[in-house]
Design a protein around this ligand. Structure first.
Ligand SMILES: [Zn+2]
Length: 455
């Protein structure tokens, strides 16, 4: 008990001190707390009903959709924000939402958990429902085994056999978890094409996880996602209980789809554009209904939630809308290009490439992205601005992609970059890597009057 009180106090004080120093989003408060009480997360999580999200892409956006449903229902709920999704950040969030003696102030939590941290986090926390979005290769482990990420998630899940798992049926890696775990499982997926003309991408999982035979596909939605089937051992896409059965409309502001959820049909408006957000929405509906929300409540939440930190955020720069979309791997980047090429209106494209640790220090992943797709925009592509620490590598990549010299411009200074964006007459789409996003977002928020990210 003394340990708990000490650890919580230390955590709260450290956090307060950092806030007074205007430094948000660090791992320090949680680190201090865990040093004093290594099982603090388990102690604090005991009386909280947790919905946890893990997987490579879509965690943050999906977590915001889930949070919206709790807010709509008036249920007291907290969540970890601003990318603090390792055990330190998650522990700090629980401490912040507990009394000094460790009693929770709120009954529910939506927790985003890094795949690599799931073993440590699930060693302590006992979520009711766990959503696994997908497994893609990150640029960080470009030369590592993709099954390493899957293994981390598996090890985490093996601590919590009672949790209901919501798994992406279209991801052969994620779906395979069902075969190895005793948990109750709910599958979700997309039964129809997401794009008229999908990018031909490098598949992160082209061969059967169990027998190494190449998969056959009835449908590829993007990357390695789709209706996969192994012709040799018979491992195939499981039938999803929650599925998108028709894409009715896709615009720059959102999508309208038809979903089937445990046999009930629903028309769903998704308050974010692009195909990968359709996946996030169907995953959110599967998780929320597993948590006990009605289908109507889940559908309402994905229809009006507000977008998270850097994942397709919208800024108003003078008369010009600026959309910022974080990219962290080739699959995510290809999805943005898919989205861009589906737009009917002209657009200026901005890429900010950094090579700090959190971005991936090896930038050669940009050669796995189909930037050639930009050429299909023709006159609708008004220009491409390139910035960030590795802007010259990016400019070279775009030159190889065939982007005309007169449309390509390198601007190293962010203030100059924002001025150039403000001078545009067409909407702007910015694709930064993680640390580039932090810098650019801070400057853009100042110009456009946004909030600091740790608020
Ligand atoms: Zn097989």
């Amino acid at each position: 008990m003394i340990r708990t009180v000490l650890a919580i106090s230390a955590c709260k004080l450290t956090r307060l001190a950092l806030r007074l120093l205007h430094r948000g989003g660090t791992a320090l408060p949680g680190k201090v707390a865990l040093r004093l009480c290594p099982d603090l997360l388990g102690r604090l999580g005991r009386d909280v009903q947790v919905l946890l999200v893990t997987g490579t892409n879509g965690k943050t956006t999906t977590a915001r959709m889930l949070e919206q449903a709790f807010a709509d229902a008036g249920l007291p709920c907290f969540a970890n924000r601003s990318g603090s999704n390792l055990i330190q950040g998650i522990t700090a969030e629980f401490a912040e939402n507990a009394t000094l003696t460790g009693r929770p102030k709120k009954k529910y939590a939506v927790i985003e958990c890094d795949e690599a941290a799931s073993k440590a986090v699930l060693g302590q926390l006992r979520p009711q429902v766990i959503l696994v979005t997908n497994v893609f290769r990150d640029q960080l482990d470009r030369y590592g085994e993709i099954t390493h990420t899957l293994e981390s998630i598996y090890q985490g899940l093996s601590h919590v056999p009672e949790a209901t798992l919501c798994l992406n049926a279209d991801c052969s890696l994620t779906a395979s978890l069902q075969r190895r775990l005793p948990n109750p499982v709910r599958f979700y997926g997309v039964n129809v094409p997401l794009y008229k003309d999908p990018v031909r991408e490098l598949s992160d999982a082209s061969h059967c996880l169990f027998c190494k035979t190449e998969y056959e596909y009835d449908l590829v939605t993007y990357g390695h996602l789709g209706s996969f089937r192994c012709p040799k051992c018979g491992y195939s896409r499981p039938l999803p209980q929650v599925a998108v059965t028709e894409v009715l409309e896709q615009t720059a502001d959102g999508s309208r789809v038809r979903m089937l959820c445990d046999g009930a049909e629903a028309l769903v408006h998704i308050n974010l554009p692009a195909g990968y957000n359709i996946y996030n929405a169907v995953g959110a509906v599967a998780a929320l209904t597993a948590m006990g929300f009605t289908l109507d409540a889940a559908v309402a939440a994905v229809g009006h939630f507000h977008c998270g930190f850097g994942r397709m955020e919208k800024f108003q720069l003078g008369s010009n809308p600026v959309r910022m979309i974080l990219v962290k791997n080739p699959a995510g980047c290809n999805q943005v290009l898919n989205f861009l090429s589906s737009l009917d209106s002209p657009a200026l494209f901005v890429i900010c490439l950094n090579d700090n640790y959190a971005d991936g220090t090896d930038v050669s992943w940009i050669y796995d992205v189909e930037f050639e797709k930009l050429l299909e925009l023709g006159d609708r592509l008004t220009g491409v601005l390139v910035s960030g620490k590795r802007c010259w590598d990016m400019a070279l990549r775009l030159k190889y992609a065939g982007i005309p010299k007169e449309k390509l411009q390198v601007i190293e200074d962010y203030d100059a970059l924002i001025q150039a964006m403000a001078r545009q007459s067409s909407p702007v789409i910015v694709m930064p890597t993680y640390t580039a996003m932090l810098d650019l977002r801070a400057k853009l928020s100042r110009v456009c009057g946004g909030k600091d990210f740790w608020e």
